[in-house]
Ligand binder design. Sequence first.
Ligand SMILES: Nc1ncnc2c1ncn2[C@@H]1O[C@H](COP(=O)(O)OP(=O)(O)OP(=O)(O)O)[C@@H](O)[C@H]1O
Length: 274
Amino acid sequence: MTFSLTNLSVRHPSATAPNALSDLSLSVAQGEQIALIGPSGAGKTTLLHTLACALRPEQGNFTLFGADPWRLSSSARHAMRARLFLAPQTPPLPPRQRVVSAVLAGLLPQWSVWRAVISLIKPTDPAAAFDALARFNLQDKLYARVDRLSGGERQRCGMARCLISRADAFLVDEPLSALDPALALHTLAVLQQEATARQATLICSLHQLELARAHFPRIIGLRDGRIVFDVLRENLTEAMIASLYRHADRPQAADQAPPTPGFDIHAAVQTARC
Ligand SMILES: Nc1ncnc2c1ncn2[C@@H]1O[C@H](COP(=O)(O)OP(=O)(O)OP(=O)(O)O)[C@@H](O)[C@H]1O
């Protein structure tokens, strides 16, 4: 089991609001590929950060690779974290850095401080960075400066960093938000192929419902910090999605109208977001 959560609640240290996640229970087996969906503010990022041990739960039980990371020494927790790769929504790429160094930073958890410093001065394994970038057709940007990349190129550079890491679990936050539809499909395919090839767990938050449904066997819907559903994709219905994205300030009757046979999921989501 990669992750196991029982009645977990999480609060952001600086938040005045109630818990960002409440009473969450979830088990994720090694090698599973899961899409996290839900409206803005539902808690998807918070969940990914909790799984990555970047946020400490307030309550409940959390085990990662069979142990509670928060009961370990900080060095043991650090070692455990090295088995995870958290790819934030906006990749933390220093603007003046070369792409090659930004990608090789995916290997930092495996490197000594000394090797990391040397690699910053002269990248130690540019071929590995080239290969990772090539999978996203970005190899010609190997020595470009990060701040000269487009938003979509930066996002794919973050994914190349993910690929080069030695992680057993990828926690990826909206990796496709800056990509056109064709690139989004390609990027997701590369990510999933890599996860499958190394039997890594992949948990990916997405706003692209069609991609989530088409490509992930298991889909978790989050809303207001709670799991609304956790289903195999074949069991996900339009009514479940419409309910997940309904606006609290919309009239009840409209929200609860049963879906018609020709129910248009995209129109429903569009309407809910207006
Ligand atoms: N650093 C923070 N400090 C305080 N509250 C936060 C912080 N980050 C997020 N929150 C709050 O926690 C809740 C969940 O936010 P989160 O970013 O996890 O949602 P999300 O589902 O990822 O949203 P989006 O789809 O817009 O990225 C929200 O109410 C948000 O305002």
